[in-house]
Ligand binder design. Structure first.
Ligand SMILES: Cc1cc2nc3c(=O)[nH]c(=O)nc-3n(C[C@H](O)[C@H](O)[C@H](O)COP(=O)(O)O)c2cc1C
Length: 334
């Protein structure tokens, strides 16, 4: 069995030390692109379908590092217009028994200006990046719901030059009332405005909606978002549900990892069924939530995900996750 000494550290300490470990680890990686199950979609080329999830690189500080690990694409952010601190503590817990995380971060990030500068530095070195970069946009916690769309607009207007796609995040459980935007009375108006902003840009950037695993009427959300011009879905964010009683007792925050997997898989199957029934083609389906092993990755692709993302797997299995999946692919093919 592989030793995982980093799991001896308490979660908050590991969270603060991880950039240091990532810097070292990514430097000793070959930096080779792993090519398997390549995908071409809307002019984007994915050398493989496995990427990082929202929140892994909140400030776009480690773009080259994660690319060097062999990811097929990265999702950066969530970034909000203004820099903001995290929610009050506790922020992060984990259960080694259940391979699950609990977090109550609430989009801590350094804001759009910093994020833009980071990407500008990368694109100055090279006019293009070897893998697609998705940018996950959110709203500041002080922005009222009625003007939320303006926060997303600011994000799109500052970052469109660098974004392969925008991920519209209204599914985080850790920003008060954010998920209310899924309500019928807000959703269409909100997404139509986002689509209009996109259409006003010089580049036809795909829009991905990140879904919550806790909405009662996800198919209504999918149908409305399709009508409003959304090009794909990322499913799912962390859950407010507590699949195991007496674990992660806080009634706020979201659970990720293995305990989220059944909810994420259920929604993926429902979405696939709905898309097939309605003969919807060319939309991007990204599965996220409880993907912890190479088998999980292949399982999501078999169900019909085009791409797969991980967050918890990087905590529980380490940065070698991308290379482990590639090794399994090579084993399968030999
Ligand atoms: C500590 C932490 C921070 C996160 N931050 C974000 C975020 O900023 N934006 C976002 O869209 N999702 C965020 N997520 C949710 C993940 O992107 C992902 O949807 C969720 O963790 C499920 O995937 P997993 O089971 O592979 O962890 C965060 C998750 C964790 C554990």
């Amino acid at each position: 069995m592989k030793l995982k000494p980093w799991l001896l550290l308490p979660s908050p300490l590991l969270y603060s030390l991880h950039p240091f470990f990532l810097n070292i680890y990514s430097r000793i990686q070959s930096g080779k692109t792993y090519r398997w199950k390549t995908l071409d979609w809307r002019g984007l080329h994915f050398p493989n379908p496995l990427g990082t999830a929202g929140g892994v690189d909140k400030n776009a500080c480690y773009v080259k590092n994660y690319c060097a690990l062999g990811a097929g694409f990265l999702e950066l952010g969530t970034v909000t217009p203004e820099a903001q601190a995290p929610n009050p503590r506790p922020l992060l817990k984990r259960s080694l028994k259940h391979f699950s995380l609990w977090n109550n971060m609430g989009f801590p990030n350094r804001g759009l200006h910093f994020f833009e500068k980071q990407l500008d530095m990368i694109f100055k070195e090279n006019s293009s990046f070897p893998i697609p970069l998705f940018i996950n946009l959110g709203k500041n916690r002080t922005t009222a719901l009625s003007s939320a769309v303006l926060d997303y607009k600011k994000g799109m207007l500052s970052l469109w030059k660098y974004a392969s796609a925008f991920v519209i995040n209204i599914s985080s459980p850790n920003t008060q009332s954010l998920r209310d935007i899924f309500d019928t009375k807000y959703l269409m108006k909100f997404l139509k405005s986002i689509n209009e902003i996109r259409l006003s840009l010089n580049k036809n950037i795909p829009l991905i909606l990140k879904l919550s695993p806790d909405e009662e009427d996800s198919m209504r959300i999918i149908e409305q978002s399709l009508t409003a011009g959304i090009d794909g879905w990322c499913l799912t964010n962390s859950t407010r549900q507590r699949p195991v009683k007496n674990l992660f007792l806080e009634n706020k925050g979201g659970v990720s990892g293995k305990l989220l997997a059944p909810l994420s898989i259920h929604l993926l199957k429902e979405l696939r069924k709905w898309l097939d029934k309605n003969k919807v083609k060319d939309k991007l389906v990204i599965s996220c939530g409880g993907v912890l092993t190479p088998q999980d990755v292949f399982g999501r692709l078999d169900i019909g995900a085009d791409l797969v993302q991980v967050y918890s797997a990087l905590v529980f299995n380490g940065y070698s996750f991308f290379s482990s999946v590639y090794s399994k692919i090579k084993e399968k093919n030999s």
